[in-house]
Write a protein that binds this ligand. Sequence first.
Ligand SMILES: [Mg+2]
Length: 278
Amino acid sequence: MTEEYHNPTVSLSPPPMPGGAAPALFLDVDGTLVEFAETPQAVTVDATLRAQLVRLRASTGGALALISGRSLDSLDRLLAPAMFDAIGTHGGEWRIGGVHGRAVPPPLRFAEVAADFQTFAAAHPGVLVEDKGIALAVHTRMAPHLAAPVLALVQAGLARLGGGYRLQKGAAVVELVPAAATKGAGIIRLMAQPPFAGRQPVFAGDDLTDESGFMAIRTLGGCGILIGPARPTAACFRLPSVAAFRSWLEVLNESTFSHDGARHEASALFGSPVTISQ
Ligand SMILES: [Mg+2]
């Protein structure tokens, strides 16, 4: 799988603060802005993060969007009462300036496959099926020993759905998503429109599904930030944890809202580049 990445072996530094052109911020949510929980529903967003995102959106002239595997409904529940421009369901849904879009309606067999997955989950405690309407995710965070049979289950579901769908692996989750839907395609969609168009794109994400976003960002002249442990990636920079990325965002907030000198100081906070080995 590594051959598809631009940087199969990388030396990734912590990211400097965006300088020069005004940034457009594209942010994955789970594993990037918030820590994982046992189920997606158990994840919460604290008031500090919500306020931080609202402030960053204001300081970037509205050019901040969430890029998530969650459905838009799930994102809105998580961040209520705030609502953001967003790419949901790995690119299968989007909302730009309040206008919604959706990739494709589910094929006729989608409901049958969903029912099969639910039957499996009912017989295997700890397995959680998430029906997103156009995508089906099967979570194994509470049943890691069932990862292999769940993968086989989802592969069989993919075969039943036929063309138009692809299998997306993630952190303790395997998912069937519309084939044309990727986070990268979602970011390209956003960058074609105001207030994102013409800005320097920055995308932060942690998971395999974020690699399409990192590659899209490269084609758009920007850089990706990998959050978490080192691995083959198309990102340009890396921060080791959600906490480290939250700190980076806070410094970005402060530098954006302060004078130019503060921005310069902020860049120095990250010190020397850190070399990582694969
Ligand atoms: Mg993530």
